[in-house]
Design a protein around this ligand. Sequence first.
Ligand code: HEC
Length: 247
Amino acid sequence: MKSRLIKILALLLALTLTACNNNNNEKTMENSQQNQEFAEIGSGAHLVKFPEDLEEGIVFATYDRGDIHENIYVNSREAIEAVQNGEELPSGTVVTLEGFRDGELEHYLVMEKRTGWGSQYSPEERNGEWEFQAFTPDREVMEDGIGGPAIGRCYTCHANQERDQYINSLGRMKEFELEEISQSQNSSTETPIAAIHTEEWKVSEISAHMINSKDANKGVSSLIDGEEKTKIIEDVLLNMYLQQFKS
Ligand code: HEC
């Protein structure tokens, strides 16, 4: 009787132990399944294409360190405005680092933000909605060195800048004076009138006494050209413009 009880107890104990074990196994399996749900960091790098319109972007920062020179581009004015208004960078923002060593182009490092990007990564590893890619001076995807299998390092290091939208140079973007570029681009156009092209226009001197005569057109004497012409046209236009307000 006693030995039977012991046997039953032993059996129960064994059963509970296996049950516990199974439980544990299930748990570890769940964990590993969860890990597998996240993509390897950097596996979405192929989404980033070389920004063909790079030169149309704005260089908002440069770095010089020893033999290294870097130009940092952003592809839109809106991105800078967003940062200066304390907003998130918009979807479609592309930031490119053009890196030189000893005056020679070494690589392009590109980060691009798109709505929904990065959601395949674990929350600890992802850099918000940014993906990164490295390109050779020929603007081809870099397969070795800092690119290719090592691409995950871009994400690991830039993740430290989470506070600054993953951008090391965010401070420079905040300080960048957008007015400077708009002014230098339009420096010759102080007034809308000055922006009117006058090359196609002809200005000629007409002697004062002919203005009211039918023959005014025939009274053309010498054609006026160059800066003087432009100035006369501008004066006439300005007078016409001001005339509107008088009547
Ligand atoms: C060890 C850290 C580290 C790694 C790895 C790294 N970066 Fe950066 N990255 C920086 C720092 C710091 C800057 C600021 C410029 C500087 O100091 O030269 C920067 C700047 C940039 C910029 C300009 C925007 C900004 O953050 O200022 C881009 C674009 C960029 N990196 C892309 C990449 C890409 C693509 C990779 C991977 C191929 C990469 N980075 C790897 C640290 C890193």
